[in-house]
Design a protein around this ligand. Sequence first.
Ligand SMILES: [Zn+2]
Length: 84
Amino acid sequence: MKVWDTNEPFVYEVESSKPGKRYKVWLLRNHGAGMCDCPYHGYRCQGAIYRNEPKLTPATACKHVLAASRHLLVSILEDQAKHQ
Ligand SMILES: [Zn+2]
């Protein structure tokens, strides 16, 4: 699943399973639980977020939020490793 950086910090575009479609992910929204403009996030994840279920789990994050989170983690680790 491809992830693209945008001009906004902690905002990404993530490849959809529909060819040519991308979803937008805001990792800092929902107090760090993230937000995505895919239908699944709106229908399934927002309720779990409101119930305060753990962040970045399959209940509260769609696969696009999880992919963007992995992308950010890897970029942080690679950056940190340069300074070891
Ligand atoms: Zn999504």
